[in-house]
Design a protein. Structure first.
Lengths: 467, 573
């Protein structure tokens, strides 16, 4: 490029012009789909052309993310400028996200035409898939480089306030205790709020409701079935906290001890991206970034006062990747850290996308935690974990003795081998519509014959047959 | 009763109006609860002064436990609404803070029972019938633990919740889990770094290339050991929980530094240990504070990383509470504080000054001044900042400490103190100058020759006279010769003249002679004339004798008498 683009204002960043093009042309693709079905040669050619444009941006940026957090369309966090000729397209796209109860969409480097086509096949029929269902459908379809972004649950002040209207629908179905934890985790871990200093007694107050719910036996474990690849760091912290609390409660910890444990679980990964992103001392270019365990320790040390609770959290940040039997850091890994570590491992494996290895089923994730890595944790922790999750953890598809397929939603209190189930296909293999599914204990006369590997999950099978 | 007459029994429009009805009788329940709350407030005050473990505190607590159970049994259920300045039961104010009219931020108010309950978000307390002694005891334990407000990880509401009461209910108000930026009303800084928490989860667990195992089999093997694993875990857990905090903190700090001695890691750990030190001090746990500070010294021997934050942390403590406790403590306990402060040095100055200012015990104040002397012997400059304190007694004590330190470094500060508005401070400053080399203190003392305070003048002159000097003589002579000399009080004039003899030689003789002979025919007997004559005697030189002998022939009898009396002293002085 030899000079400034004639259509740009001299003050405009040239990247914004690309962004405007990408956004408006994506909206054209949505409109085009009203005339052509996905797979039609004309539509494929339009997708191909869009992918060419997109690839340039992906090469530079690594990811292209469209969202409209405040109703204004943004690309990679930057609000797109007003252009008279594109205004309507941008507004329409923002409305489309809202109508589908999505935060936005994201494409990452490595996107192929096939993947884009598959993504559009899920994205376009808005009457069929919306919000979390669409996100889950894309995940189940194995989409890695194109994905719908779930609407975030807004962080709300504790004890008061309400969710913004746009997210109210998404949040309405969440159990209140879990919703409070999500809001608290987000407030705490998103942005640099934590770096302004926190008082752990306030964090404990925020956790009370969840601890009470866990101790009361409320069935919150099924939310672990909703862990998605590339979930946000605060969402991961919340999932780890929830699981840690169930494990802790199973081990007989008191409310006081559970509160300590939950704080440690919530902050265990606080060091991820901190030094690089601009902690008090940003990592210098010539230096290797410190491991997140050390950065986490540093961050928690900066933002809290040293007391029993923060000491537990500091240890969890530092030790949660050290094998229990080893003393690599000169410190024997505490049992509290081991609980956090084990639950972190499980929820991380659940969120593992295709980047490192094929996406894992909950059952495979559990097998790694209690099998491959069993030396890392005290035996009692693994017993407790299985009693909390069951042998078929929430989200796992299983085949029953009558040939029907069901999705596990959590274990029976007394028998980890007998999950609560939600049938998704009857014994003839006929799918049961989502509205007709219901969670129930596994009937006494039935048993689970096997856990289905991910490749045999219903969505994957339907995709293969469609192909 | 006619329709126009107001019903005397209707509820007044404002409850506050009703508070002020002295003649209205309280219900028996309100009277009992009110009395109990007054005692509970007394318990808090006692625990603050004597400590929770004190015998008297324990005795009162035991009585209150029994009374609470009885009150709830008799009048329950009790519903108490909590406000910062009062506690209300139904229409009765059952507790009003002593400092109920104190402005917010007043520390006195913060120590009140109602404030302590309200501070952490408690808005109502419900005590149900069936309250057990154990519950009542736990409730009071929690109240005592939460009262000092020095716990940074626990608060009253959380501790009440952790106690899982069956017969105590609470209504609470919750705060934000993070601080809101006052400018934006949102968490985080206005122009802070890019959000890091909203980034996707980082997959930080290794890829496992292992053959798939069967979950059922793994569970079967785990289950075999379940019976042993549970107790083993509980035992290990209990062992871990019983580890002393100080040891655990130290182990963590050392482990963190083992392979990572980056300056930023040191800085973060030092900042963390500073907070521990400060909270230990607030709890008056001097041994723990000493341990924390020792750890801090290991992290930051020079104090470069932590001095500022430690100063701020110790300066923000509720020193009044610490002093109250110290006043009631035994000598050993007091000695621990002073030893700690001497170790910490400058960052602990404000704490020690507060103790010095607030303590009602002379023994504590003496200890504090001694500690200050030790702590700042090498560099007294931090003490200088306290000379502007509005409390005269604080400044006087600082001056006393400066005097104890002595040497040339303290002179500039004593010079400032010598100009203090309060004479008691100025006197102390002059007294303190006694510990300073003469040549350094001279200029400060000379400024005191015009003082209107006789004691200061006398003390200054006495000190100046110890090492006579031409400049001193000149200064005194200047005062003696000045027109204002006549208007000064007689004792001042006498003091100046007397000192002149100590510091001067024959050069002062003309001035003394003039004062001796002043008045001519009408000269009268005066203390000043007598003093001049005596000063001449003390010069003990032939010209001085000559002046006196000439005076014997003076026309005025008063002059002759003065000279005669002076000559009779010749050779004796």
């Amino acid at each position: 490029m030899t000079g400034p683009s004639p259509i740009l204002h001299p003050d405009d960043d040239p990247r914004l012009e690309i962004a405007l093009q990408l956004a408006s042309r994506f909206w054209q693709l949505v409109k085009s789909a009203r005339a052509y079905s996905v797979g039609h040669v004309t539509y494929t050619s339009q997708l191909e052309s869009y992918l060419t444009l997109l690839s340039t941006a992906l090469e530079k940026e690594g990811a292209v993310r469209f969202d409209a957090p405040d109703g204004e369309l943004c690309m990679n966090g930057e609000q797109l400028p007003d252009r008279a000729n594109m205004q309507k397209a941008l507004e329409s796209l923002a409305h489309e996200f809202a109508a589908r109860t999505l935060e936005g969409i994201e494409f990452t480097r490595g996107l192929s035409l096939g993947e884009l086509e598959t993504f559009m096949s899920y994205f376009l029929p808005g009457e069929r898939w919306k919000g979390l269902e669409l996100v889950a459908a894309c995940d189940d379809a194995g989409l890695v480089h194109a994905r719908a972004l779930p609407l975030r649950v807004a962080a709300e002040p504790l004890g008061a306030g309400s969710l913004p209207e746009s997210s109210a629908e998404a949040a309405a179905n969440l159990p209140p205790a879990w919703r409070a934890l999500l809001a608290g985790a987000r407030a705490l871990l998103e942005g640099d709020a934590m770096d302004q200093g926190i008082e752990l007694r306030h964090v404990k107050r925020m956790l009370r409701e969840l601890i009470d719910a866990v101790l009361a036996g409320e069935r919150l474990v099924p939310v672990l079935a909703e862990v998605t690849p590339r979930e946000s760091a605060w969402s991961h912290a919340a999932h780890t906290t929830l699981l840690s609390l169930y494990v802790g409660a199973r081990l007989g910890l008191t409310r006081h001890e559970l509160a300590h444990l939950a704080v440690a679980a919530l902050l265990h990964d606080a060091g991820h991206g901190w030094g690089e992103a601009g902690g008090p001392e940003m990592v210098e270019e010539h230096r290797e970034p410190a491991p997140h365990t050390r950065e986490g320790l540093r961050r928690v040390a900066w933002s809290t006062t040293l007391n029993r609770t923060s000491l537990g959290a500091l240890r969890a940040t530092l030790e949660h990747h050290i094998p229990a039997s080893g003393e690599a850091e000169g410190l024997e890994v505490s049992l509290q850290t081991q609980i956090v570590s084990m639950c972190d491992a499980y929820t991380t494996l659940l969120a593992r996308g295709d980047a490192l290895e094929p996406k894992l089923s909950p059952n495979s994730a559990l097998v790694r935690v209690i099998g491959t890595w069993q030396e890392r944790w005290h035996p009692a922790l693994m017993v407790a974990l299985v009693r909390v999750l069951g042998v078929y953890p929430p989200g796992q598809f299983v085949e029953l003795d009558d040939g029907s397929i069901a999705r596990a939603t959590g274990p029976d209190v007394n028998d980890p081998e007998r999950p609560w189930i939600e049938r998704v296909a009857d014994m003839r293999g006929v799918p049961i519509l989502p509205g007709q599914r219901k969670a129930e204990p596994l009937p006494a006369q039935h048993f689970v014959t096997r856990a289905l590997p991910r490749s045999e999950w219903p969505q994957a099978r339907s995709r293969r047959s469609a192909a | 009763m006619s329709a126009a007459e107001p019903d005397p029994h209707t509820t007044p429009p404002s409850r506050s109006l009703r508070w002020r009805e002295p003649e209205r009788e309280r219900s028996p329940a309100a009277a009992d609860v009110s009395s109990w709350l007054a005692d509970a407030a007394r318990l808090l005050a006692m625990a603050r002064r004597l400590g929770v473990e004190n015998t008297e505190t324990r005795a009162l607590q035991r009585r209150l436990v029994a009374d609470l159970v009885l009150n709830v049994q008799r009048h329950g259920p009790l519903h108490l609404d909590v406000t910062p300045r009062s506690i209300v039961m139904g229409d009765d104010t059952v507790f009003a803070a002593d400092h109920s009219n104190a402005p917010t931020g007043e520390r006195g108010l913060e120590r009140e029972l109602s404030w302590i309950l309200h501070r952490d978000g408690l808005r109502a307390l419900k005590l149900e019938k069936g309250l057990t002694e154990a519950e009542a005891a736990t409730f009071l334990d929690v109240l005592l633990l939460a009262a000092p407000g020095d716990a940074t990880d626990e608060d009253l509401v959380t501790m009440l919740w952790e106690s899982a009461f069956a017969h105590v209910g609470t209504v609470t108000e919750e705060a934000n889990v993070v601080r809101l930026n006052p400018l934006t009303g949102r968490p985080g800084s206005a122009g802070g770094p890019a959000p890091v928490g909203s980034a996707p989860l980082v997959d930080d667990w290794p890829v496992v290339q292992a053959p798939a195992m069967d979950a059922k089999r793994l569970w079967a093997s785990l289950r075999q050991n379940e019976a042993q694993a549970g107790p083993a875990f509980r035992e290990a857990w209990a062992r871990e929980r019983s580890e002393p905090f100080a040891a655990a903190a130290e182990a963590l700090v050392l482990a963190a530094l083992r392979d990572d001695a980056r300056p930023e890691m040191l800085e973060a750990l030092a900042a963390s240990v500073v907070t521990w030190t400060a909270t230990a001090v607030q709890r008056s746990e001097w041994e723990e504070a000493r341990g924390a500070h020792e750890l801090l010294k290991r992290l930051d021997p020079s104090g470069r990383l932590s001095a500022e934050s430690l100063t701020a942390a110790l300066g923000s403590l509720d020193a009044h509470a610490i002093t109250e406790r110290l006043d009631e403590a035994d000598v050993r306990e007091q000695a621990r504080l002073f030893a700690f402060v001497v170790r910490v040095g400058a960052p602990a100055l404000s704490l020690l000054m507060s103790v010095l200012a607030d303590s009602g015990r002379s023994r504590v104040r003496a200890g504090a001044t001694t500690a200050l002397t030790y702590a700042f012997a090498d560099d007294p400059s931090p003490l200088g900042t306290w000379l502007t304190d509005p409390r005269w007694h604080v400044v006087r004590n600082i001056v006393f400490v400066l005097g104890q330190i002595g040497g040339g470094e303290v002179v500039p500060y004593l010079a400032v103190a010598a100009r203090h508005i309060d004479a008691r401070v100025r006197r102390a400053a002059i007294h303190a100058l006694g510990q300073v080399p003469h040549h350094l203190r001279r200029s400060v003392l000379l400024t005191q020759l015009d003082t209107g305070d006789g004691r200061i003048l006398t003390a200054s002159l006495a000190m100046l006279a110890r090492e006579p000097d031409a400049r001193v003589t000149e200064a005194i002579l200047t005062r003696v010769r000045s027109p204002e000399f006549e208007s000064r009080p007689e004792e001042h004039r006498v003091a100046l003249l007397s000192s002149l003899a100590d510091v001067a030689s024959d050069q002062a003789l003309p001035a003394l002679e003039e004062l001796l002979l002043r008045g001519g025919w009408f000269a009268k007997r005066s203390a000043e004339r007598t003093a001049a004559a005596r000063a001449i005697v003390r010069l003990a030189t032939p010209p001085a004798r000559e002046v006196l002998e000439q005076g014997l022939h003076h026309r005025s009898e008063a002059v002759r008498e003065a000279c005669d009396e002076a000559l009779s002293q010749w050779g004796r002085t």
